[in-house]
Design a binder for this molecule. Structure first.
Ligand code: FAD
Length: 313
């Protein structure tokens, strides 16, 4: 008898695709029911989107001005209350879920199962460790609610076409005053979102400078791709931190990943383990990236990229 509560991730009134991926992991439990909780200032539009995910029975909405911004310390006590009666509470292992779900787990007096990549049973899950070099099977205590984050890159989005009922939920709990929203500093970009893009072009240390990174942006725009980077490129100040792909950056699963001037360190490869076709451009034929690349171009990126761009035009 499993009942799963999935926590919706959303921004600017739109549901994040990671929510439908989290529902896929919930479906793998073959539960009796799956509900989605939408906590927002005005949850109506988000709930309507969530209700269309196939396999979802109910969408619970919690409307509160305090939920206008995703603050883990504010959301967690409400989710802990909503969790009553559920056997599982799942969230995506995006930055949102990684911030929120440990707080939920702590309030429910349990340890979180992180980065679920496969479901083996109602309390048994597979997850990656050592930067994805090993996969372990973890077992959560059977007598306790399971709080887990779901590795979005490992799961497809659950299909649309559902028609869940939408219910207003009332949550009686004191919200903390010690954590409040001050402001959001985020880079603006018209390019696709790195975490959900179908195509990603990433640059590494080999690109050489922030100025040179323009060649990466131009190539990405030609492909309609999001732009990512290695940690070395981020640390060197070639591009902002939110573009980092890898173990300590974003874990992504695009259909096409183009790695340019990136050597292929294991911490970078962790972030693209589930990518479809991997293309690498590197002047060093011995670079480890070529071991995992489907297509490899050995040569100087500053010569090859303009040629590729011209061919695409
Ligand atoms: P390099 O390894 O220096 O490679 C640059 C490549 O560019 C070389 O292969 C070179 O041949 C090629 N090149 C140079 N010039 C040209 C040219 N003109 N044309 C074509 N090719 C050229 N790294 C991440 O990326 N993401 C992470 O999340 C991450 N997390 C980490 C966490 C920990 C705990 C640790 C210890 C490390 C982490 N790292 C991460 C760092 C990682 O180990 C590597 O140092 C980093 O990925 C290297 O980045 P790079 O490939 O851009 O640089």
């Amino acid at each position: 008898m499993s009942k799963v509560l999935v926590i919706a991730e959303h921004l600017d009134g739109k549901l994040n695709a990671a929510t439908a991926k989290t529902v896929s992991a919930a479906l793998a439990l073959q539960p009796d029911s799956i509900d989605i909780a939408v906590l927002a200032a005005d949850p109506a539009a988000i709930a309507a989107e969530a209700a269309q995910i196939a396999g979802v029975a109910k969408v619970l909405t919690v409307a509160n001005a305090a939920n206008a911004h995703a603050l883990a310390q504010v959301l967690a006590p409400q989710i802990a209350k909503l969790a009553d009666g559920y056997t599982h509470v799942f969230g995506p292992s995006t930055t949102f879920g990684k911030d929120l779900m440990p707080c939920v787990a702590a309030l429910l007096g349990t340890a979180q199962v992180s980065d679920v990549m496969a479901v083996e049973g109602s309390h048994t899950f597979k997850r990656p460790i050592y930067a994805g070099n090993a996969i372990i099977t973890v077992e959560a205590p059977a007598d306790h609610v399971v709080v887990a984050t779901v590795r979005a890159a490992s799961w497809p989005e659950a299909a649309k076409g559902g028609s869940a009922t939408i219910e207003v939920a009332t949550v009686e709990t004191a919200l903390p005053g010690h954590t409040r929203f001050i402001g959001l500093a985020a880079g603006k970009s018209d390019r696709p979102d790195l975490q959900s893009a179908r195509r990603v072009v990433s640059g590494g240390r080999g690109v050489g400078s922030e100025e040179n990174f323009k060649i990466i942006y131009a190539f990405a725009d030609r492909l309609g791709a999001a732009v990512g980077a290695s940690r070395a490129a981020v640390d060197a100040g070639y591009c902002p931190n939110e573009m980092q792909v890898g173990q300590t950056g974003k874990i992504i699963a695009p259909e096409l990943y183009v790695a340019i001037g990136i050597s292929g360190a294991i911490q970078h490869l962790t972030g693209i383990k589930d990518a479809g076709t991997i293309v690498a451009i590197n002047k060093d034929a011995e670079a480890p990236i070529f071991e995992i690349a489907d297509i490899g171009l050995v040569g100087d990126l500053f010569k090859l990229l303009p040629e590729l761009e011209a061919a695409l035009a």
